[in-house]
Design a protein around this ligand. Structure first.
Ligand code: ATP
Ligand code: MG
Length: 195
């Protein structure tokens, strides 16, 4: 099967992630999208606020009901810094029957040259890049080899980030409609992201 990997911190997962995954699935002809929370993302200074287990449970709740979406805890079980190159090695070892592509938002597309072992990655997998409000994708500025590995998909622009959701929670605002209803219930029940 053709599998899209939607990696992220997912602190918490939100509507922007889900719509990005759906657009990538439709436009790149994927069979499934796997939501994969990172253990410790290499590019983030601060540790996630929610625990690994909480971020995974939220990913599971978010994909519930869509038979083409699922959550995987492969990076959480591995622990340590989640380098995509290492994860892809592991995925290909565990699932030689599948073909993998990585789904990334515009902020990550322009950051690709800095990814650990990027040349191994572009040799092994393709990237599906999505526009995101506040970030410009300038493929022309990327090295040829990376540029050729990225295919763009369009999506209705959604200006939602986990950072904004955490801030809204901390200031006592509602996050209804920004995250799936089940995820909202989980966040509120567990009092996540309160100040
Ligand atoms: P944070 O604010 O904590 O960085 P985030 O909203 O950027 O959270 P991440 O978990 O960092 O979410 O992102 C996971 C992936 O989803 C990244 O590839 C990111 O570019 C992409 N993404 C996140 N939000 C959107 C959005 N609104 N539209 C398109 N892509 C998005
Ligand atoms: Mg981010």
């Amino acid at each position: 099967m053709n599998i899209g990997i939607m990696g992220g911190t997912f602190d918490p997962v939100h509507t922007g992630h889900l719509l990005a995954a759906l657009c990538a699935l439709e436009q790149a002809g994927l069979d499934e999208v796997w939501f994969m929370p990172a253990s410790a993302p290499p590019h983030k200074k601060n540790a996630p606020l929610a625990s690994a287990e909480q971020r995974f449970v939220m990913a599971e709740l978010a994909v519930e009901g869509n038979p083409q979406f699922r959550a995987t805890d492969i990076e959480l079980r591995k622990g340590g810094t989640s380098y995509t190159a290492e994860t892809v090695d592991l995925l290909r070892e565990l699932h030689p029957e599948h073909r993998f592509q990585y789904i990334i938002g515009a902020d990550m597309v322009m950051y690709l040259p800095k990814w650990h072992r990027i040349d191994d990655l572009t040799a092994a997998i393709g990237f599906i890049g999505l526009h995101r409000p506040g970030y410009e994708i300038r493929l022309g500025e990327l090295p040829e080899r990376i540029r050729r590995s990225v295919r763009l998909a369009v999506m209705p622009q959604i200006d939602i980030s986990s950072t904004a959701i955490r801030a809204k929670r901390a200031s006592g605002g509602s996050i209804r409609y920004l995250v799936p209803e089940r995820v909202r219930e989980y966040i509120e029940r567990n009092r996540l992201y309160e100040s």
